[in-house]
Design a protein around this ligand. Structure first.
Ligand SMILES: N[C@@H](CCC(=O)N[C@@H](CS)C(=O)NCC(=O)O)C(=O)O
Length: 212
């Protein structure tokens, strides 16, 4: 029995859902609202001491941190392998995962997407200073990811990997901002990969409810 604790709007939760679907592993999404007034529910803090989503449980084995969960899913279950065999390609995949976590998430999702797309829709206004000061870093991130994107249908060439599962939800949100559209135009390999990935069954099946 697999339980994934989180919310469908979360890019990190979606990465895990993509890996589960691509592996063909059944799971139950248990809704957790980490942004609730008063903070994450007390019982969630026992699963995840930092109060983030996702958290994961397979029978009596509990885990948090998305990359650890992604690797576990790939290694604990049969099905398509989502990690390259060779040391060099495996290192490239890990490098992309690390760039996404360390640099991309905060800048692309919070500093740009949330400010430009989410806040105005909530009757707030975008923090233009925050967006403007994130743009240089965003340009660097997109250029780095473009340089790491290999030729072929996936980020690591011919093999669908955990890097695709983790990158697609984040870049999909970033692309919804005008800054994202503009920066992705200068990254043709990455843009083509994103356009193709958006048509995958797993991606369509994990669309957050209420979004197109
Ligand atoms: N290092 C965590 C990051 C997860 C994360 O930041 N999740 C976001 C949602 S996409 C979250 O829980 N945010 C709540 C908060 O920051 O309070 C991981 O790899 O799983």
């Amino acid at each position: 029995m697999i339980e994934l604790f989180g919310a469908d709007y979360s890019v990190y939760v979606r990465s895990v859902r993509l890996a589960l679907l691509e592996k063909g592993v059944d799971y139950r999404l248990v809704p957790i609202d980490v942004f609730a007034l008063g903070g994450p529910p007390e019982e969630h803090l026992e699963r995840h001491p930092f109060g983030k989503i996702p958290a994961f449980r397979h029978d009596d084995f509990s885990l948090y941190e998305t990359v650890a969960i992604l690797r576990y899913i790939d290694e604990a279950f049969a099905g398509l392998s989502l990690q390259p065999e060779t040391p060099k390609l495996r290192a490239r995949m890990t490098q992309i995962l690390s760039v996404l976590n360390t640099y991309a998430y905060r800048t692309l999702v919070w500093d740009i997407y949330v400010e430009r797309v989410v806040k105005p829709g909530e009757d707030g206004s975008a923090d233009e200073v925050k967006i403007a000061s994130a743009l240089g870093e965003a340009r660097k991130i997109i250029a780095a990811l473009e340089a790491l994107t290999m030729s072929g249908p996936f980020l690591i060439g011919d093999q669908l990997t955990l890097a695709d599962c983790h990158a697609a939800p984040m870049l999909n949100l970033f692309a919804a901002s005008e800054e994202g559209t503009m920066l992705l135009e200068a990254a043709p390999r990455l843009s083509n990969w994103l356009t193709d990935f958006r048509t995958r069954e797993s991606f369509l099946a994990t669309q957050p409810v209420g979004t197109a």
